[in-house]
Write a protein that binds this ligand. Structure first.
Ligand SMILES: C[S@@+](CC[C@H](N)C(=O)[O-])C[C@H]1O[C@@H](n2cnc3c(N)ncnc32)[C@H](O)[C@@H]1O
Length: 259
């Protein structure tokens, strides 16, 4: 069974569209009419539906049938299609904007993926939300789940590679914008518990995060959670959080443009 066909079963227990991320996606897309937008690797469609509810004409595509089944039940206004990103079932120039949220690290061939998105765009922006290995190096999660975090960093493409592949695929780079996790964040992805360490003690939250669901050994989770619980109780967690402060931001938007 593919990874997200397993993760998909419980995904929406802890994952939902965050309003601030949705607002920024909308702003970066710069689409103000009913032009078609594609959300690549849309998963259970949380952001696809949120953008549709803000008035965009959305199509969502994902490789996982399990994730898409959840997505389909959320909206009839969105067109849902099952596909691998390197084989998008759309004609050239069908869309006027594209998004890809927390997914590029799963793509085996990033250049090919970006070339596909470029192909299906007529013109318009391609907005990626991701994190960089440099940002992840500063996540305090390293303190409790060291091997898991090294493996997670290693699967994340470097920003310079993302930018390089986007340019090679034909995009111009509009800009990069960092994103800081705030305590009010509504979507529980990897570092969303930056200010809420208790969150990682909840197995349901961990099961919606691929780093924990796929890369972490049971032993490291057990040892790490025991230490984390004890540090929360003693208050030592505050020293750890301070030690890992960073000026790199926690995540980032990469905004590319096909003109
Ligand atoms: C962390 S989830 C993100 C889902 C959604 N964008 C969100 O933010 O809720 C990553 C998604 O990437 C999808 N995915 C992984 N590899 C893919 C591929 N080669 N083509 C299309 N989708 C893929 C998975 O099925 C999964 O739904």
């Amino acid at each position: 069974m593919a990874l997200y066909d397993v993760i998909g079963i419980e995904y929406d227990t802890s994952r939902k569209a965050d309003s601030e991320i949705t607002r920024r996606l909308m702003n970066h897309l710069q689409v103000f009419d009913d032009s078609k937008i594609v959300d690549v690797a849309c998963g259970t469609g949380n952001y696809t539906v949120a953008l549709s509810e803000l008035g965009l004409n959305m199509t969502g595509t994902d490789i996982s049938e399990e994730m898409l089944n959840k997505a389909r039940s959320k909206s009839n206004h969105v067109v849902w299609d099952q596909a691998d990103v390197i084989d998008l079932p759309y004609t050239n120039g069908e869309f006027y904007g594209a998004t890809c949220i927390l997914a590029i690290h799963h793509f085996k061939d990033l250049l090919n993926a970006f070339q596909q998105v470029h192909r299906v765009l007529d013109k318009g922006r391609f907005v990626i939300f991701t994190s960089s290995p440099d940002q992840m190096e500063r996540y305090w999660l390293k303190e409790y789940f060291p091997k898991t975090m090294i493996d997670s960093c290693n699967q994340m493409p470097r920003v310079s590679d993302v930018v390089d592949y986007l340019k090679r695929a034909g995009f111009k780079i509009e800009g990069l914008e960092t994103f800081l996790i705030q305590p009010s964040l509504q979507d529980f992805f990897l570092y969303s518990g930056k200010h809420e360490p208790n969150m990682y003690l909840n197995p349901k939250v961990r099961s919606g995060i691929s780093t924990f669901a796929n890369l972490a050994s049971k032993e490291e989770i057990s040892v790490g959670c025991t230490r984390l619980k004890s540090d929360i109780e003693s208050g030592r967690i505050h020293d750890i959080l301070d030690r890992y402060s960073s000026d790199l931001g926690d995540y980032l938007f990469v905004v590319a443009d096909k003109r």
